[in-house]
Design a protein around this ligand. Sequence first.
Ligand code: NAD
Length: 503
Amino acid sequence: MREIRHFVNGSAFEGASGRFGDVFNPNTGEVQARVQLATEGELDMAVQAAAAALPAWAATNPQRRARVMFEFKRLVEAHMNELAETLSSEHGKVIADSKGDIQRGLEVIEFACGIPHVLKGEYTEGAGPGIDVYSMRQPLGVVAGITPFNFPAMIPMWMFGVAIAVGNTFILKPSEKDPTVPVRLAELFMEAGANLGIDLKGVLNVVHGDKTAVDAILQHPEIKAVSFVGSSDIAHYVYSQGTLHNKRVQAMGGAKNHGVVLPDADLDQVVKDLSGAAFGSAGERCMALPVVVPVGKKVADELRDRMVAEIETLKVGVSTDPEAQYGPVVSAAHRAKIADYIQIGRDEGAELVVDGRDFRLQGYEKGFFIGPSFFDGVKPGMKTYHEEIFGPVLQMVRAESFEEAVELPSKHQYGNGVAIFTRNGRAAREFAQRVNVGMVGINVPIPVPVAYHTFGGWKRSAFGDTNQHGMEGLKFWTKVKTVTARWPEGEVGDSSFVIPTMK
Ligand code: NAD
């Protein structure tokens, strides 16, 4: 059985906890590897390595740090196929989507290639007589990222791309469900340094684990900041425990994104967009669109008919099948949870128009496949509307008015993303302005902002006040120092017992 080890101080590190997590191949349902789960002591060894690497890395000039990012990008691109195949075999998303996962992470690395420019400070000459004021952003020190299973390449790169480029050293605790790609990224990062003659040992470390490793991160006095992405209850736990231990924390949580369809929308396009956004990656995306809100009976009825027809064309297959639109979900337990939600939805009175639970893929009967499901008549107050299902399930909630369509996503406990489909610019503008959600798409079903903007939801979709990547990421991973400098001329001045003010 292949064993996935930690990666500390530039090389594979043999843990001695004796505890392992199973890594499945979701296509076959077989255990394909086991991953070591760290002890508190093993996490501490990674922290020591990161702390030892910190002074040299923080003192490396920003251009050299950017060159590492350029070289890392080149290496990841050169290994794209290998990385995508590995990612797909552990996660279950199709190869093209696995490449998208890696590419969206690489776009943050591209942002990090420009770090010398964006890291420049501010300067005011002559803020007073002979007084200049300047501010600079300095790294925090040893920092950590804890990531979910659903984007094993993109989300680690969201975090370590910016954190390392600004001069921190990093500990990544990836999901124990698909841990191989994060380790490969760390290996390629070391290779990038070696190609440039820069020793990066300890700059990026990967420690696998479960709650034990997460708690060790949250309590370790040497770790200055923690970025987390995962489900909301754990995000809230990480936020409260991390801040309790005096760390800077950003913690992104779950989602239940709505797609509002106004009567004037281009329904041909909407059906295609909804299908991709609801069922792509088997619905295991925090920016999936699992709730559709048509406004008015006419558009709802028409959309329902078209959606059913569209679902019939979907191809679910093994993740290596180039024709498959989506593959299996990540685990048997997750598959069972989705099936349970479908039953609950039915029991609580929603109409199950398409039931994907009986889907079986011939030759892969033990794989974690589930067909697409579609509900009509879903209502606020239902458990299956309130909670995140995180599977290939689309729920239709009919709204009677624009007001109701603004209200539904605004009042939902999650506020990650939302989309509106319309040809009416004024309505779209008003919706974007009023809706109580962090990321909005206008005729864009999955409004994940580009890397030089910033990613983050509202309400129970994010705890903390800074987003991922872009300038918000830079802010999160650095602290500001402001210097007020006076070089007086002439005689010694008197003491002042009054707070200095600018006259
Ligand atoms: P998860 O919360 O189960 O796991 C996330 C991380 O937390 C993993 O590294 C895991 O090892 C760790 N963890 C799990 N249980 C823990 C516990 N009891 N104590 C401490 N740490 C624990 O999430 P997941 O299933 O891997 O990912 C799916 C979730 O992530 C969904 O809810 C999805 O919406 C969310 N997500 C959110 C965003 C976002 O940006 N808002 C992006 C991607 C995924």
